[in-house]
Design a protein around this ligand. Structure first.
Ligand SMILES: Cc1ncc(COP(=O)(O)O)c(C=O)c1O
Length: 443
């Protein structure tokens, strides 16, 4: 279908594939309490409690979680040198941090928070149903021979641009499930190879992400031995991600950051289908309310959340519907159509969405590595455009005005969520760096 986007200051740039900031006209004060939302914020606390329940078995399955006692956590890093390279040295940028999910253990991306959670929760439920695990009993039985024998008769399936497949595949194989990952054509070969080495069956589609998910869904339909991790609808994934919010809140407090009406918090989250950024944003709004300003970021040719939310349509609008190509080097964000569930939840709570050009992703990748040794994949760098958009752009100034933030910028905090990179093979990373270096005119 062909869709005409409504009049909006960002429309022309969005349609021309130029970087733009769209402000959500449906953002509501105290939007998190909107009774029309299909979920409740208490579900975030439930997910946090579930993560704590799972921790002992996660530690058993993944020795790298020994130090964190089975919790999958990332660092919060103050971008002291990096902010200078980015042009954010001035006091008007307040404090700038990186939430380093690029370095998350187990799966090397933010997808560890969703994929690992859903697979382990599914295993827990199955083990309880079969009487292997008694409610409140020793969760490490999920890693026992008896449980593995049960899981081996079941398959976990998922559609992915790469990182969700990695996290679901790694988690499923760690428990002894069969795993099938349907990869979109955007997926990088090293992600496919890594999964194949783990014994995951990888189906490589010559089509986009929406099609890969559809194929995975059809495969699973009618077969009770296949459990489909549904990135388009899964609340389990969403709440797995949402638990990151309390982790970040504690880290901000430890860093001496105050978040309240006088001290705004801006969060920049790379968005594909919307589950990961949506979950994290929802969790943060549940904690900080209107003091948290959550923005998604997408590639200029794949702004699926932006075009759908801007359209105001009840039917999902894809980037193809407005004449964009969905072509980007940012594989994790190469998604043409967002999740309808996430769109509904974000409507009253998301501040806006901005877009970035691929070349900038490589520039920022190079800057992050050379200034503070933060190793990123291209998708993961997108949020670095955030402070400039908010502080300097016309739309950003309009947002400051509308939200009463004009005099509060120096006491604001910006958190750029860097969402993947730790697992990128050395030769591939070197190529990324070379491309970034050439773009910032460095030998
Ligand atoms: C590195 C990275 N960042 C961000 C995202 C976006 O997550 P979502 O598709 O849940 O919006 C992905 C998705 O795969 C990703 O791999």
């Amino acid at each position: 279908m062909s869709v005409t986007l409504p009049n909006d200051p960002a429309r022309e740039d969005v349609l021309a594939g130029r970087p733009a900031l769209w402000l959500n006209p449906n953002l509501k004060p105290d939007g998190i309490s909107d009774p029309s939302l299909p979920i409740r914020s208490a579900q975030v606390s439930e997910a946090e409690a579930n993560w704590r329940i799972l921790a002992p078995v996660l530690k058993t399955c993944f020795p790298e979680l020994e130090a964190s006692n089975g919790m999958i956590l990332s660092q919060l890093i103050e971008a002291k040198d990096l902010r200078k390279a980015l042009g954010y040295a001035g006091p008007e940028y307040g404090r700038v941090f990186v939430k380093a999910d690029n370095d998350l253990p187990v799966a090397g991306s933010i997808k560890a928070r969703g994929g690992v959670y859903e697979v382990f929760m599914y295993a827990k439920q199955m083990a309880e149903k079969r009487g292997i695990l008694t409610p409140g009993g020793d969760i490490t039985v999920l890693a026992s021979a008896q449980a593995r024998a049960l899981f081996a008769q079941h398959t976990i399936a998922v559609g992915s641009t790469g990182n969700l497949g990695l996290s679901v595949g790694i988690a499923a194989r760690a428990l002894g499930f069969r795993a099938v990952v349907h990869m979109s054509s955007d997926a990088k070969q090293w992600k496919v190879d890594r999964l194949t080495r783990l014994g995951v069956e990888v189906v490589q589609h010559k089509a986009d992400y929406t099609t890969a998910v559809e194929c995975a869904r059809i495969d699973a339909e009618g077969d009770p031995t296949i459990y489909f991790v549904d990135d388009e609808r899964s609340e389990m994934l969403f709440f797995g991600y949402s638990a990151a919010a309390s982790e970040l809140a504690a880290q901000l407090e430890a860093a001496g950051v105050t978040v309240d009406e006088e001290h705004p918090l801006f969060i920049y989250l790379p968005c594909g289908i919307g589950g990961a950024p949506g979950g994290a944003a929802y969790g943060l709004k549940a904690i900080f309310g209107d003091a948290a300003h959550a923005f998604f970021v997408e590639p200029v040719q794949s702004p699926c959340a932006l075009v759908h939310m801007m359209s105001g349509s009840k039917e999902l609008v894809s980037v193809y519907d407005v004449g964009l190509t969905n072509r980007t080097e940012a594989d994790g964000m190469a998604v043409a159509r967002m999740s309808a569930f996430v769109a509904d939840v974000m409507k009253p709570i998301l501040s806006g969405v901005f877009t970035v050009a691929d070349d900038d992703l490589f520039r920022w990748l190079w800057m992050a590595e050379t200034t503070q040794s933060i190793r990123l994949e291209p998708s993961a760098t997108a949020g670095f455009a955030g402070p400039e958009f908010i502080v300097k752009s016309t739309q950003g100034r309009a947002y400051q005005e509308a939200q009463g933030l004009k005099d509060k910028l120096a006491q604001a905090t910006h958190v750029v969520w860097t969402t993947g990179g730790a697992f990128v093979p050395e030769d591939q990373f070197k190529q990324f760096l070379e491309r970034g270096a050439s773009l910032v005119n460095v030998d």
